[in-house]
Design a protein around this ligand. Structure first.
Ligand SMILES: [Zn+2]
Length: 99
């Protein structure tokens, strides 16, 4: 009779172990799924941001004229200046560092 009980207890323990390990696997898989989802969401967001930035025009820091291509420099105070093609000679005279 004792052997039957031991066998039953072992079976229950094995069943519990299988249950917990399978649960652990599913939660790990769910985590991986979340990571992949976040990565895809980020790449989609980055692509959209890049697409938006490509067509976007930024104002020149000196003349405020909108330009799609600005040259970036740091001024004497460490501020960043976005400078259009026309204003680049003015900036060059001030001998600022180009970024
Ligand atoms: Zn300008």
């Amino acid at each position: 009779m004792l052997i039957v009980w031991i066998a039953a207890a072992t079976a229950v323990i094995i069943a519990l172990i299988i249950l917990f390990t399978s649960r652990g696997r599913t939660s790990a898989a769910a985590k991986n799924l979340k990571v992949v989802k976040l990565k895809t969401a980020r790449s989609i967001r980055d692509k959209q941001a890049a697409k938006a930035a490509r067509g976007k025009q930024q104002p020149c820091s000196l003349c405020r004229k909108l330009s799609s291509r600005l040259g970036f420099f740091t001024d004497e105070n460490g501020r960043i200046l976005g400078v259009c093609h026309d204003c680049k000679p003015k900036i060059k005279n001030r001998q600022l560092d180009q970024l």
